[in-house]
Design a binder for this molecule. Structure first.
Ligand code: CA
Length: 224
């Protein structure tokens, strides 16, 4: 459930470099080495974002982008270009690209743009909650850490959802109890500890870092 990124780049070494960096960040990556393959792949896999080289054999990046937009595809597109010329940049934006990165680029810059555009998509989809490498889909009730699907019980899901809607905020045990279990809950309030323990076991089963932290005497917080 991590974001799927399509890289369309004909320079094999550069494509591989971008692919490795993106995979290292936890993205799913597909590479196409020419424009036509890029276009068919984009239609086939419906990526969450496309990194698109301008100068491509077959179909240029600009033309690929234009064709995607004419069919109503709104996937964010970041153009890679060596053309440091205002009129060329305008042409890229006119063709429907959302952003461009000038070659040669630093990988940090490219990754920052990728994150920014994916965040924007996420803000348009309120069903999708993301925190670090954790993704929770409120409508399908699916949870993923990196690419690993995590099976949760209904209550575990509700508890995690509540934490994820308030990232980096300390939630008191009373608030958690009221929100997740309801005002009329008459059971043992230690139930929260029990469920937090279950959640941590599932979220950290592959030695991932702890993201649900205990604030002693107060409650819990979702924090790296
Ligand atoms: Ca090229």
């Amino acid at each position: 459930m991590s974001s799927h990124i399509l890289v369309v780049e004909d320079e094999a070494k550069l494509a591989q470099f971008i692919e490795l960096e993106l995979k290292y960040e936890g993205y799913e990556v597909t590479v196409a080495n020419d424009g036509f393959t890029g276009l068919t792949t984009a239609r086939e896999i419906q990526p969450d974002l496309i990194i698109l080289d301008w100068m491509l054999p077959g179909l240029s990046g600009l033309e690929l982008c234009r064709r995607l937009r004419t069919t109503g595809d709104k996937v964010p597109v970041i153009l890679l270009t060596a053309k440091d010329d205002v009129s060329e940049r305008v042409a890229g934006l006119d063709a429907g690209a959302d952003d461009y990165v000038l070659k040669p680029f630093s990988v940090e810059e490219l990754l920052a743009r990728v994150r920014a555009h994916l965040r924007r998509t996420q803000e348009q989809n309120p069903d999708l909650l993301m925190f670090e490498d954790l993704t929770l889909n409120r409508s399908s009730r699916e949870v993923y850490r990196n690419n690993r699907g995590i099976e949760l019980t209904a209550k575990e899901f509700d508890l995690l959802e509540y934490l994820m809607t308030h990232p980096r905020q300390v939630l008191t045990r009373d608030r958690i109890l009221e929100t997740v279990w309801g005002y009329d809950f008459l059971g043992d309030s230690n139930i929260i500890e029990v469920y937090i323990r279950y959640l941590r076991l599932k979220l950290e089963s592959e030695n991932e870092t702890r993201i649900i932290q205990t604030v002693r005497g107060v409650g819990y917080v979702l924090r790296d």
